[in-house]
Design a protein around this ligand. Structure first.
Ligand code: ADP
Ligand code: MG
Length: 318
């Protein structure tokens, strides 16, 4: 449905997007995940025909965004990072304006406005000035304009930024609903957000694609981050001897050892952390050695993200 090939964008000497290639299939919710300054907005602006590329090709529903922008753009609805809302207009006026710009008119325009207003649940604020609406409602109006013309693909740049927690939940629910009938691409720098909404995640760092997978597979990427740590009331030698008896544990680190207290961390790629914890517990219990503390930590997308983007915080960007 969307093919991006070797996309590169330079602002002067600075390469904001570098040789980015990926494919988007129909009917899923995709997440662009990356720290501020990673190149998410630049990529989205190019995909939606709002910005030119330095190099590369993009095809949307078979249309080349650079060569057949009119047809390509008809199949995309876009909510930019800073939606161009006109504060002294009402949503009704604004949506009419956007709809006309998309080539809709008459009854069809009226029907579509009613439809998108109902989808985004803004019917009751249609005649209020946009300037008087909460940020959550403004974002709904922004999503409503993206939906006009019934495009197959909806692209949303950081749709929940600046919203309060309740508004965030509402917008996420709305996005999930949209995903039932559209291909949705959203960007976010919040891991839990893409984990909650997206079926596939593209992690972008410094303009490059560093991972593209389902959220649960990204977690598997960092199997080694699954860890258990515990404190045994034993010497280092005794502790290691007992660990050698435990199936499925082949590697460990002794963190500290003093006063017959040995702190050990174990990295494991097992999904069944509980079973390993249980085995450790009984192995030590069989030797009448107390395990005083035990904690397990499961790798999540956060770990994958940190690992993949290694130390890049994007501080000072945006
Ligand atoms: P993101 O949306 O992931 O935060 P952007 O695509 O906005 O990232 O920006 C990527 C990089 O390109 C950043 O370092 C940003 O400062 C830079 N950048 C973005 N727009 C411009 C511009 N118009 N001119 C120069 N540099 C830009
Ligand atoms: Mg951005």
């Amino acid at each position: 449905m969307i093919t991006v090939e070797h996309l590169t964008k330079c602002y002067g000497d600075f390469m904001a997007v570098s040789d980015l290639s990926f494919e988007i299939d129909e009917g899923h919710v995709y997440g662009f995940l990356g720290p501020n300054g990673a190149g998410k907005s630049t990529t989205m602006n190019i995909m939606t025909g709002c910005l030119s590329a330095t190099e590369g090709h993009i095809r949307i529903n078979g249309y080349d965004i650079f060569e057949e922008p009119e047809q390509a753009k008809k199949t995309i609805g876009y909510l930019p990072e800073q939606p161009p809302l006109y504060m002294n207009e009402t949503p009704a006026e604004y949506l009419r304006f956007v709809g006309e710009a998309k080539g809709l008119k008459g009854e069809k325009l009226k029907r579509q406005i009613e439809e998108v207003a109902s989808q985004t649940k803004i019917e009751h604020v249609m005649d209020r000035l946009i300037s008087t609406l909460s940020k959550g409602y403004r974002q709904r109006v922004g999503i409503a304009q993206a939906l006009l013309g019934n495009p197959k693909v909806i692209i949303l740049d950081e749709p929940t930024v600046g919203l309060d927690p309740i508004q965030i939940i509402e917008i996420r629910d709305l996005i999930k609903q949209l995903g039932e009938n559209h291909t949705v691409i959203l960007s976010s720098h919040i891991l839990s957000e893409v984990q909650a909404i997206c079926e596939k995640v593209l992690i972008i760092s410094k303009g490059k694609l560093v991972a593209f997978d389902r959220p649960e597979n990204l977690e598997k990427l960092l199997l080694s981050s699954n860890g258990i740590s515990f404190t045994a009331e034993a010497s280092r030698e005794e502790t290691e001897e007992i660990l050698n008896e435990v199936d499925r544990i082949t590697k460990w680190d002794v963190e500290t050892q003093e006063d017959m207290l040995t702190v050990v961390t174990i990295k494991t790629d097992s999904k069944d952390m509980r079973d390993i914890c249980r085995q450790i517990f009984f192995a030590f219990a069989n030797h009448k050695i107390a395990v005083l503390e035990m904690a397990s930590k499961k790798a999540n997308l956060e770990d994958v993200f940190i690992e993949l983007t290694e130390g890049e915080s994007g501080v000072g960007e945006e």
